[in-house]
Write a protein that binds this ligand. Structure first.
Ligand SMILES: [Zn+2]
Length: 316
């Protein structure tokens, strides 16, 4: 699951080359995300440009708990919502945008960094972080075992908030107790994983309650962590294989479920980007604009500590 991720240190040092690469890598998916929501091409481009400027400005406060893509998408989402609020006639779409990713709602508040998403939860900071880690571990292990049906079921329950009954029908399982069984085994495994990570009592107590059937626990924290931390989001190369038709049946079942029924907005943006090869020319023009505007900000804030040696030689 290798995908290029920028060095946050270099970005914070305002290295042109690293920022250029960020723009090349992420422009397309940001544009796809914005375009799906605002429809209008010019507005989408403006949003992308504002997003990358916001990313440059906010990079010193980057919270390393999150991935860089989460950071960028968080800003992009804010800019998109700002735009839609300004364009009042289409306010209905703001509601649609909440399509099941309520956790990211908090990103719509003023803050530029994803740290704002930690609020109003039941678990403490540390326990929530650990919950994210063990859920990641669980997804990875389940993926490696090729248990994609199990992964779909748990995603439906944990992230979609589906009831056992609907889940059973959707996946044509034997009956409702089959769903309950899958859930029970997953929770037990999560408890084992958290014990290995020496998480302390907070999380263990919490998982024990969930195991005893306290649905509220799943509804609140697990759902939030699952979505905010993109627990089950496949790496981009899996989406590329899906787009290219070379993804095996098992992962295809899960990834399609994740896109079509869980409606993950971030994976959808990546998928749109990957399947829009004909938009490359447009993208190149946008990229130039974006690079020009971010470069200005980069240089205006650059500390005079070391001499400039970037390829363009431009200093403003
Ligand atoms: Zn996703």
């Amino acid at each position: 699951m290798t995908e290029w991720t920028p060095s946050i240190d270099l970005l914070q040092e305002r290295e042109d080359a690293e920022w250029l690469r960020v723009e090349r890598e992420f422009c397309g998916r940001l544009l796809a995300y914005a375009h799906r929501r605002v429809g209008d091409h010019q507005a989408s481009e403006d949003i992308v440009q504002e997003t990358l400027l916001g990313a440059v400005r906010g990079i010193d406060d980057f919270d390393r708990k999150f991935t860089f893509e989460q950071y960028l998408f968080g800003i992009c989402r804010n800019r998109t919502i700002d735009h839609m609020r300004r364009r009042k006639a289409r306010t209905i779409q703001v509601g649609e945008d909440d399509d099941g990713f309520p956790g990211m709602e908090a990103l719509a508040t003023q803050s530029e960094t994803p740290s704002a998403i930690v609020r109003g939860r039941e678990l403490g900071d540390r326990a929530q972080e650990l919950l994210g880690q063990i859920l990641h571990d669980w997804v990875e292990e389940t993926w490696e075992q090729g248990e994609f049906l199990r992964l779909c079921v748990i995603e439906a329950l944990f992230s979609g908030g589906w009831r056992n009954r609907d889940t059973w029908k959707r996946f044509r399982l034997r009956d409702e107790t089959a769903v309950a069984g899958i859930k029970f085994r997953a929770l037990r495994r999560l408890r084992q994983l958290s014990a290995v990570r020496e998480s302390g009592n907070d999380l263990l107590r919490f998982l024990a309650l969930a195991e005893e059937g306290d649905q509220r626990i799943l509804d609140l924290d697990v759902r939030k962590v699952w979505r905010e931390q993109r627990i089950s989001c496949p790496a981009r190369h899996w989406l590329a294989r899906l787009a290219g038709g070379t993804l095996p049946e098992g992962p295809t079942m899960f990834v399609r479920f994740h896109l079509d029924e869980m409606k993950c907005p971030w994976c959808t943006a990546n998928y749109d980007d990957l399947t829009n090869a004909d938009r490359q020319a447009e993208l190149m023009i946008l990229l130039e604009k974006v690079q020009e505007s971010t470069k200005r900000v980069l240089h205006s804030k650059k500390l005079p500590a070391k001499p400039e040696t970037d390829e363009s030689g431009a200093e403003s």
